[in-house]
Design a protein around this ligand. Structure first.
Ligand code: E4P
Length: 246
C-alpha cells in the first residue's frame, strides 16, 4: 500500500516530505480554504515546489471547483497548463445531482490528463470511473459511514434502498472496498485511494480491505507511529546502557 497526505497545509506537507513516507498529496477545495487566502493555482504551485525541493516526484491531486462540465474541463486544462507538473491529477467528482461526470473524465484522460475520480461511495461508481480512464478512484470511507445515520438524508437514503441502488450493508465502507477490488480487475492501471480517514485503525483496515492508497492527515499518519511500548522499550534500552557505561 501507499500513503498519501490529505492536506493543503505547507508545514504539514513539508514535515511529511521530510519523513519520506508519503507517495502523494491530495487536496480539495475545503482543505485549500483552511489556508491563507490567495490564488488556488498559486497555492498548488507552492506544494509542487515543496515536493521538488525534497527531490521527490510525488502525485498531487487538485480538484476542480465547479459543477458545470465545460468549466470543469477548462479549469482542469488551466491547472495542467499553469502547473506543468507531470504527476498532477485532476479531481473530478463522480457525479452530481443526476449528472454523471464520466464524460468529463473520459475527455480529460483522452488528452493525457491524469484524473482522480473523487467523492465515490459505491463499488460501481469506482469501477465505472476506472473504466472511463480515471487513474485514481477515491472512496470517501467515513463520509459513507456517516450516510447510514444522517437525518438530513433520510429520504435520499430510503429512496436508494427502495430503488435497489444499494442495500443497508452498503454503508459499510470496508465491505465496499472488499467488493470493489474484484470489480477493478479489468482496470489494472487504476488505483483505489481511500480518503475521509479519521483514525489510525481506518488506515490499516482500509488498506487491508484492498485500498491501494490511503490518504490521511499528518496527525493520523504520525499517530500511527506512536506506541507506549515503543517508548517503554526505548526508555529501558537507555536506562540499561546508562548503568553499564557508568
Ligand atoms: C480525499 O481525496 C479527500 O480530500 C478527503 O479524504 C475527504 O475527507 P474528509 O471527509 O476528511 O473531508
Amino acid at each position: 500500500m501507499k500513503l498519501f497526505l490529505d492536506s493543503a497545509n505547507l508545514q504539514d506537507i513539508e514535515e511529511a516530505l521530510q519523513g519520506g513516507f508519503i507517495r502523494g498529496v491530495t487536496t480539495n477545495p475545503s482543505l485549500l480554504a483552511k489556508e491563507p487566502k490567495g490564488s488556488y493555482v498559486g497555492h498548488a504551485q507552492k506544494i509542487i515546489e515543496l515536493i521538488q525541493k525534497h527531490g521527490e516526484n510525488l502525485s498531487l491531486s487538485v480538484e476542480v471547483f465547479t459543477n458545470d462540465q465545460k468549466e470543469m474541463i477548462s479549469q482542469a486544462k488551466d491547472f495542467v497548463k499553469q502547473l506543468n507538473y507531470k504527476q498532477l491529477a485532476i479531481k473530478i467528482p463522480v457525479s452530481y445531482k443526476g449528472q454523471s461526470n464520466l464524460n468529463v473524465m473520459r475527455e480529460l484522460t483522452s488528452e493525457g490528463i491524469i484524473v482522480n475520480c473523487t467523492a465515490a461511495m459505491t463499488p460501481l461508481q469506482l469501477m465505472m470511473a476506472a473504466a472511463s480512464g480515471a487513474k485514481y478512484v477515491s472512496l470517501f470511507y467515513n463520509r459513507l459511514r456517516d450516510a447510514e445515520n444522517e437525518e438530513t438524508y433520510k429520504a435520499e437514503r430510503e429512496a436508494l434502498i427502495k430503488n435497489k441502488v444499494v442495500e443497508e450493508a452498503d454503508y459499510d465502507p470496508n465491505k465496499v472496498l472488499h467488493e470493489t477490488v474484484p470489480l477493478l480487475m479489468d482496470y489494472p492501471d487504476s488505483e483505489i485511494i481511500v480518503g475521509s480517514i479519521r483514525t489510525v485503525l481506518d488506515v490499516k483496515e482500509s488498506a487491508l480491505a484492498g485500498g491501494h492508497i490511503v490518504t490521511a492527515s499528518l496527525k493520523i499518519l504520525k499517530d500511527a507511529l506512536m506506541h507506549f511500548k515503543t517508548d517503554d522499550s526505548v526508555d529501558k534500552f537507555l536506562k540499561d546502557f546508562e548503568s553499564w557505561i557508568k
